[in-house]
Each structure stands twice: as C-alpha cells, then as structure tokens.
Design a protein around this ligand. Sequence first.
Ligand code: SF4
Length: 272
Amino acid sequence: MTQPSLDLVIAALERIREKSDHAPRASRTALARLQAAPVAASLLAAPELREGGREGCTSPTERGLQAPNKADLLAAVRERVRVCTKCAHLACSRTQTVFGVGNPDADLMFIGEAPGADEDQQGEPFVGRAGQLLTRILKAMNFAREDVYIANILKCRPDMPAGSFGNRPPTPTEMQTCRPYLVEQIDIIQPSVLVALGAVAVEGLLGTRATMRELRGRWHTYNSIPLMITYHPAYLLRNQAPSEKRKVWEDMLQVLERLERPISERQRNYFL
Ligand code: SF4
C-alpha cells in the first residue's frame, strides 16, 4: 500500500474512532504500526526476501527484518503531528509543533500541558525556565532528560492575542482535539510510571477537573499505568516556599519507589 493510501485509511479510521461510540477495532498503536509499515513492506516485497521465496534464500526473520520498533512508531506519529491542522488557529500561529523528547523505551514519562514561547521556538518540550527546573528535578532523581520521555497534552503553542506576551493554558476543546496524539505516544512507549505536571495536564489526560490539593501526592491510574500527579515546575517558580518544593520532591520519591530505584539518604533528605 502506498503512503498516500495509508494516510487515507488512517485518517478515515481516526474519524470513525473520534465520532462513534463503537470505534473500529484498531488501536492507535496498530495505526502507528500500519503507518510505519511501508518500509518493511517494500523490503518484504523484494522476491529474495519473501518467506519460502527461493530455495536456499534466508527468510526476512533470519535476515534480521523485525517489526517497527518504538522509535519508528513514534516517528510515524510525529510526522502526522508535524503537518496537523486540526486546530486551524494554532496551526497558523505556531512556529512548529512540539511532539515530545526522550527515550522511546523509557520507564518514566512526564506529561505537561502545552508548549510555551521557548518550546515553540525550539521545538522541544520543557526548555524554558520551568523546563530547566524539571531537568534539575530529574537530575536529583538520578535521571538525565534522555532517560525519560517528556510530552505535552497539546503539541502546538496556544495562540495569544496580537501584541500580548506570555502563555495561556490550552482550552478544553484544544486538549480534546490533540489528546489522541498523546494517547498514541503512551500506547507506544508503555512506561511503567506516568507523572502529570499540574491540573491542566490532569484535565487533558483524565478529563478530571479538581484542585491540585485534591489530586497530588497519591497514586492514580491511566489505562492501568500508575500515574503520579504533582505540581507543574512553573508553579514552583511562582511559589518558592520550601514546603511546596518539598511536596514535589516527596511525590518524586514515591515515583522512585514505584520504579524500584535505589534511594539514598541524601535523596530522602533532599529539598528542591
Ligand atoms: S494542537 Fe494538536 S490537534 Fe491542534 S493543530 Fe496542533 S497538533 Fe493538531
């Protein structure tokens, strides 16, 4: 099947899935696999690579041809996001989409709300001041950014009125429109633990509206994956109270315990 044909099939399945209570029986991961298939398909189409092809020839499996890996699957989704115009106003105002960054095989995945101005410019989530704080938190947990996966609910920066500065939170409609891409990312990565950063990320992921006081510091689940909810690093930049920083760190200690990572005494007593 050619790439344009595949795109049509995938778009049609996505439309049915989004509009119907009885979605077609194709997971988003399966759709991503379908999209990642042309390379493998073209290789398998070569006569010498077909199973049972010529006598004495090795099979594709024997030649090391394998199903697309997580990086391939994510790349296929990233390409659809790159050209996505589902939110016409955001597609017009963005510099670029901000898909996600990190290890496709990560055990730990962080979810934020939406790109800000810095992320829009650089095409990577969490690179501004809040992102630098997240990187410091990861370091204190003995992780590098490359060890985990970081993504947002929204892949485009929420637009701002002309002449105004700063960032705005995404609307519920924008989050609902973009959420399927995040669902695909999680389906592909299958992390052992998810961390949602802030109430907006929680609303986008779970559809739950509640205060952080009610949500944070305890385990929730998303599709059977343990989900820890904690404050967004931007909140810690606004509120420098040691008690608030300690709360985030205690949430991260719970994450480390859940991942069965060793925790030193120094880490236990650490304050962000
Ligand atoms: S926010 Fe998401 S759904 Fe909307 S245009 Fe950007 S990538 Fe597409």
